[in-house]
Design a protein around this ligand. Structure first.
Ligand code: ATP
Length: 287
């Protein structure tokens, strides 16, 4: 039996720089793994792929990314055995935190170990991109620049130490609709991805929180003002910077102190802005 933690990500910067003929968006993003994680346990079976979970709302059949990941590895390498997976879900679902992608990444890694496939990280990422643009990043983890559709990855220095507050309001955002809305307007401005990359390499937190930017934020905020209210609540309670992650609706704040982050989180909960609130930090090493 193998147990793996599958970590969530936030986007410190998210830019859309083009659109490919196949409809995919060309992005430039700075990704950061955070301490919020699911836990998955894997056991070999004779052949079938079986999934169980403590999360009521998730599909546990062929639609689940864990199932798809296990089947992909099984078919690609002609493995007759299968896998039984139990998922403890902690990452908010459909939140802009790559919850499904990170579970898929963990499953690919687990199949590699369970069946002694001895695949390189590059091989694992090659499988991952077939399941989703964020899966290769989730396999690699840490701090990274992500380009192309998300599969061209450059490892960066670890994010400087800080406290992170993550809050997910109780609303649903469709990633597809957010990108479609962005297509119908021109991207009004671009975040300073390269400046942030340099600040990360120099280990300067100030250079990071002063450059937080996500071009999807205006689209989601226009439809869901609560995202902006949460940001304001974080900034009014000592956050050095605050931003929506991915297509939302999760919002994170960067704090220099865990106590401040906790107090801001309590204020957000008390005002009924979000029920799912986490105090965590950047995760530079994981497994
Ligand atoms: P991203 O940041 O990559 O856009 P997300 O955090 O917005 O991802 P997910 O939590 O990955 O979104 O879930 C999106 C959808 O994928 C959900 O509606 C869910 O039904 C489906 N899904 C399939 N497998 C999983 C899984 N293992 N965990 C979470 N969601 C899954």
């Amino acid at each position: 039996m193998i147990t793996l933690n599958a970590y969530a990500k936030i986007n410190l910067s998210l830019d859309v720089v083009g659109r490919l003929a196949n409809g995919y968006h060309e992005v430039r993003m700075i990704m950061q793994t955070v301490g919020i994680h699911d836990t998955l346990t894997f056991e070999k079976t004779e052949g079938e792929i079986v999934l169980s979970s403590d999360a009521g709302e998730l599909p546990l059949g062929e639609d689940n990314l864990i199932y798809k990941a296990a089947r992909l590895v099984k078919e690609t390498y002609g493995i007759s055995g299968g896998v039984k997976v139990h998922l403890e879900k902690r990452i908010p679902v459909a939140a802009g935190m790559a919850g499904g992608s990170t579970d898929a990444a963990a499953t690919i890694k687990a199949m590699n170990l369970l069946y002694d496939l001895r695949l390189s990280e590059e091989d694992l990422c090659g499988l991952g991109v077939k399941l989703g643009a964020d899966v290769p990043y989730c396999i690699m983890g840490g701090t990274a620049l992500s380009e192309g559709i998300g599969e061209v990855l450059t490892k960066l220095a670890p994010m400087p130490e800080c406290a992170l507050l993550v809050a997910k309001p109780d609303i649903n955002v469709s990633t597809k609709e957010v990108y479609q809305a962005l297509d119908s307007q021109s991207v009004p401005w671009h975040p300073d991805v390269d400046g942030m990359r340099q600040a990360i390499e120099e280990g300067r937190l100030e250079g990071i929180y002063s450059r937080l930017g996500n071009v999807l934020e205006t689209v989601t905020v226009a439809k869901h003002p609560i995202v902006s209210e949460i940001k304001q609540e974080m900034l009014g309670n000592g956050a050095l910077g605050s931003l929506m992650s991915g297509s939302g609706p999760s919002v994170f704040g960067i704090f220099d102190d865990e106590e401040k982050a906790r107090a801001a989180g309590e204020s957000i909960e008390k005002k009924g802005l979000a029920k799912q609130v986490f105090v965590t930090g950047p995760q530079s090493y994981f497994g």
